[in-house]
Design a protein around this ligand. Structure first.
Ligand code: SF4
Ligand code: FES
Length: 426
């Protein structure tokens, strides 16, 4: 049974064009059925505005069925509003209550310039699709759907990724305005299917090229604005290459001679390149062997902008290395944990790298030891030759961690007393 909502207040973003000065405009909706869709509510408001001789609010939409991805609205600060897994056009007024104030904005991401009011240009997503989010298929009569049998798990995974409607909500919701979700969805659903194999590498190459071009545009813009000497650009990755979603890391030889892939704690999973550019501060073309990790970025940026560094973190600022100055503090060691795949831990100290797998199942599983100075590919486990190093690194692994508030991140690092005669940590 339908109900009527009363006294809804809308605060709607109005903007004449990409360079216009935006502002919020307030509109009242005295009565609306809770069966009305959110876009129908805007239609009703627009009809009233037109009757009053005022300009209608511009917003984007097409299918109104959750398929096309064009109805991109930020509602009360959430992409597509409060209903999970639904596009704006699938949102109904029953989600709201009488007397509610609803704030409606366009996607707020630099990548999406506002065309007018609530409508944005999503051309950047089109560029990604244009570069590699398609396959070349001969048109003509409809092919027999069963001509190419596809295993169900593969078709399920491909369909999960194909569910991306290209709405851009992931970009709008990401604090960095990144399109990583969108890009991976576009690559993965095609890479998994037999039909996508023929152009698989061409698509990946084209997408990497577009990313290169875009980074080049960004650097050029920084120069054009005259802020290059005041802008530090860092380019890196949060893990090594993966081999998921149909990706083939061998094609680009992405991890070189390093062992393992994303989710491994061998070097191939965690050892990544980083490029930093800062004209007038970082000498061009220089390299460093300084051992650093992602958790060093916070103290580095804090030092650069003159902010205090929290004393609860392990990070060490790498500003001296960037600036080519003496006095770079070194990590005593670097420690990693990974909580999927039965739990994995690793510790890097100088030339040594210790790796333990299956930790959740067996906290005493053998510790592998590698000498990275002689064996960067971690091919030979030298634990038997260096028992004193194993003992030392074992002790550091046990003392390195801080208990997490989340139980799933607290696998035991030492077997419980009695289970195999070991000693529980606490
Ligand atoms: S991946 Fe991004 S663009 Fe695709 S449906 Fe999800 S939010 Fe929308
Ligand atoms: S209008 Fe097409 S998904 Fe909303």
């Amino acid at each position: 049974m339908s109900h009527t909502l009363t006294n809804i207040t809308l605060k709607i973003w109005r903007q004449d064009g990409p360079d216009g000065q935006g502002r919020f405009e307030t509109h009242q909706i005295p009565q609306i059925s809770d069966e009305a869709s959110f876009l129908e509510m805007l239609d009703i408001l627009n009809e009233r505005l037109i009757e009053e001789g005022r300009e209608a609010i511009v917003f984007d939409h097409d299918c109104r069925e959750g398929i096309c991805g064009t109805c991109s609205l930020m509602i009360d600060g959430q992409a597509h509003g409060p209903q999970q897994g639904a596009a704006t056009c699938q949102l109904h007024m029953r989600t709201f209550s009488s007397g509610d104030e609803i704030v409606i904005e366009p996607w707020r991401a630099t990548a999406f310039p506002i065309i007018k009011d609530l409508m944005v240009s999503r051309a950047p997503l089109d560029r990604i699709v244009e570069s590699g989010g398609f396959i070349t298929a001969p048109t003509g009569g409809a092919p027999d759907a069963n001509l190419i049998p596809i295993p169900k798990p593969v078709s399920d995974a491909a369909m999960d990724n194909a569910a991306c409607i290209g709405c851009g909500a992931c970009v709008a919701a990401c604090p960095n305005g990144a399109a990583s979700l969108f890009t991976s969805a576009k690559l993965t659903h095609l890479n998994l299917l037999p039909q996508g194999q023929a152009e698989r590498y061409k698509r990946a190459e084209a997408m990497v090229e577009v990313m290169d071009d875009d980074v080049g545009e960004l650097v050029a813009k920084v120069k054009e604005l005259g802020i290059a000497n005041n802008t530090l650009i860092m380019f890196t990755s949060d893990n090594g290459p993966h081999q998921e979603g149909g990706h083939d890391p061998a094609y680009f030889n992405s991890n070189g001679s390093q062992r393992g892939f994303k989710r491994d704690l061998y070097e191939g999973g965690i050892h990544v390149p980083m490029i930093a550019a800062w004209p007038g501060h970082i000498a061009a073309g220089t390299q460093t062997d300084h051992l650093s990790a992602f958790w060093d970025v916070l103290p580095t940026v804090a030092e650069l902008v003159g902010q205090p560094v929290p004393d609860t973190i392990d990070g060490v600022s790498f500003v001296p290395t960037l600036l080519g100055k003496k006095g770079q503090e070194e990590h005593k060691y670097l420690y990693w944990e990974f909580h999927e795949k039965k739990g994995r831990v690793a510790l890097r100290q100088g030339q040594w790298k210790a790796v333990r797998y299956n930790v959740a199942a067996d906290p005493d599983s053998p510790l592998e030891l590698f000498d990275l100075s002689a064996d960067p590919g971690e091919t030979v486990n030298v634990a038997d030759q260096h028992p004193e190093v194993v003992t030392k690194m074992n002790a550091q692994i046990k003392s390195a961690r801080t208990a997490s508030e989340l139980p799933k991140f607290n696998f035991p690092l030492v077997r419980k007393r009695g289970s195999h005669g070991g000693v529980r940590k606490k």
